[in-house]
Design a protein around this ligand. Structure first.
Ligand SMILES: Cc1cc2nc3c(=O)[nH]c(=O)nc-3n(C[C@H](O)[C@H](O)[C@H](O)COP(=O)(O)OP(=O)(O)OC[C@H]3O[C@@H](n4cnc5c(N)ncnc54)[C@H](O)[C@@H]3O)c2cc1C
Length: 519
């Protein structure tokens, strides 16, 4: 058998499988001149997870590179524009306890100490509202772009909220019709090993053996190849994340002109938090909670009570609830021999900050960019991939933990447990010590592999009311004048944008009817 990598087999047709297929095929198959083939096998008997509606701005570049039109994404996936997250009740649970983590970094970020300027001159405002216009625009229901802004371009940074099932269908259509990906609807029953220990082929119920050179395990939480076949251990992270259940519902809008929220709204509840995602056709709402702190019945009551506040108790009676279990953690390594796991097969912590699909994009682009010509170099690529992604998982865990560890809530056992700081990772504990003296900066992330930038840490830290030491501030490099100029500029820009930008609903209605300028 040739040692060249000529055939990639992807096991799994969820969002991870199709996104990975698209990212690889756009590079290797559609371009011509490459002999690489991609086959995706998807079981007709095992459903996809069916959730995962929030994405990061990175998705714009991924979709653009795959060659999908943004108009098709908006029109065919009931998509809307996501501009960040809005946190309600996380700090202390009081009525004014709201903060934003917008996708747009402060203007001039990294060039001045915006935190010092904010604390000295604008402490009556929230940090996000002071340094960035996006939170104010979101709060008023505005879109991140104008009707005349072309596809994938934005006045403000944005990602998407979309229907996960429709998104996977669109990716499937595009990958098979435009990018040459072969789709096999069949159930994999067995793994055939080569003498080297590599996977030689997957046996399917109807189509026999499907041989390949690289196997990408996108089989979801069962992790059939890396986990079941190779026995790569699953590393439990339940000491860092105690939310192990989720309930999800689809909620209709009350009327066709209800605002479409463009942040994901994350509201703290007594044993977890609810997400609220506005698509163009409906809302996707869910409750992530800890089964050690709530019964499933009480969790469902909490979710129904939350939904009922917006659509009334009568309208929730017929809404059916999807139940999911979460086992927070990830595989000890992600690439072993000629098999690499992507998506839920690699791991999952919890939906807070919606990093799972961003990690799929990063995994697929890393495979694309580092794919060796021959199997002989695969071990080198695998080793590096594992190092980078172990670091990325730890970064995700730390960033999520920050949202809980900084909370002052102690009103339920859940909040008393989840705010414990004795289980902070060493890097996070060290960061928090340093950040008492100066704000988070990109230089803090010395490995360069963290997926959350310093600006995100600042938004969460100061949104949660983190207090720096008074004497920790005041260097010439702070460039307070520069920061103040940018802040004042923001105030002016916010006023201007509010008269020039449509609401999220207006823009989506326009695109659904007329499309937008193609690039
Ligand atoms: C409550 C919750 C909320 C979430 N919210 C978000 C969010 O807002 N944003 C975000 O980025 N992520 C979110 N996620 C994660 C997101 O849902 C997943 O990362 C994403 O859907 C990718 O899933 P997947 O493709 O890895 O797995 P799945 O969707 O489970 O797909 C697995 C595939 O493997 C196939 N398969 C399995 N066994 C076989 C077999 N024997 N033979 C052939 N095929 C097989 C199945 O048919 C299926 O096609 C959330 C997750 C949960 C649990």
């Amino acid at each position: 058998m040739s040692e060249l990598i000529e055939h990639i087999v992807i096991l799994g047709g969820g969002t991870a499988g199709w996104l990975t297929a698209g990212i690889l095929a756009a590079e290797y198959q559609a371009r011509g001149g490459s002999t690489l083939q991609i086959t995706l096998i998807e079981s007709p008997d095992v459903p996809t997870i069916g959730v995962g509606e929030g994405t990061w701005p990175s998705m714009r570049l991924s979709l653009q590179r795959i060659g999908l039109s943004e108009i098709d994404v908006i029109q065919q996936c009931d998509a809307s524009f996501k501009q960040g997250s809005k946190f309600v009740g996380w700090k202390n649970g009081l009525p004014d306890d709201i903060y934003y983590h917008p996708f747009t970094a402060p203007q001039g970020f990294g060039e001045a100490n915006f935190v010092a300027a904010w604390r000295e001159h604008f402490s009556h405002l929230s940090f996000a509202d002071t340094v960035c216009i996006q939170s104010q625009l979101c709060e008023q229901g505005f879109a991140p772009k104008q009707k005349t802004t072309p596809e994938y371009a934005g006045v403000l940074n944005y990602g998407y909220h979309f229907d996960a099932g429709k998104f996977a269908q669109l990716l499937q259509k595009h990958c098979t019709q435009k990018l040459g990906v072969k789709h096999l609807l069949d159930h994999v029953t067995q793994v055939v090993s080569a003498a080297s220990g590599d996977i030689a082929a997957l046996l399917t119920k109807q189509s026999g053996a499907v041989a390949g050179d690289l196997f990408i395990d996108c089989s979801g939480t069962n992790c059939l190849l890396l986990g079941e076949h190779y026995g790569i251990p699953f590393i439990d992270k339940n000491q860092f994340s105690i939310n192990d259940r989720a309930l999800a519902v689809q909620v209709p809008y009350r009327s066709s002109d209800d605002p479409i929220a463009s942040p994901t709204i994350a509201t703290a509840q007594d044993a977890g938090w609810t997400w609220d995602i506005g698509l163009s056709s409906r809302r996707g709402v869910g409750y992530v909670y800890s089964s050690s702190h709530s019964t499933d019945e009480h969790a469902e009551q909490t979710l129904r009570a939350y939904v009922s506040k917006s659509i009334g108790p009568k309208n929730i009676e017929n809404i059916s609830v999807k139940r999911l279990s979460i086992r927070p953690g990830h595989r000890e390594k992600f690439w072993h021999k000629n098999c690499v796991a992507v998506g839920m097969a690699a791991g999952f912590i919890e939906p807070l900050e919606a990093s799972a699909l961003a990690l799929v994009e990063l995994s697929a682009t890393s495979i694309r960019d580092n794919l060796p010509l021959a199997k002989t170099d695969m071990a080198i690529v695998a080793k590096r991939f594992n190092e980078v992604f172990c670091c990325r998982w730890q970064g995700i865990i730390d960033f999520l933990k920050l949202h809980y560890a900084l909370s002052e809530r102690n009103d339920t056992v859940y909040w008393r447990d989840v705010t414990q700081r004795d289980n902070l990772s060493k890097p996070l504990a060290e960061h928090l010590s340093l950040w008492r003296q100066r704000p988070p900066a990109q230089q803090d992330f010395i490995h360069g592999n963290d997926i959350f930038p310093a600006a995100s840490y600042q938004y969460v830290l100061y949104g949660m009311g983190f207090k720096p030491l008074a004497h920790g501030i005041g260097k010439t490099s702070d460039r307070i004048d520069f920061a103040l100029r940018n802040i004042n500029d923001n105030i002016e820009r916010a006023r201007k944008y509010m008269t020039a930008i449509p609401t999220n609903r207006e823009l989506l209605a326009h695109i659904n009817q007329y499309g937008m300028q193609r690039i």
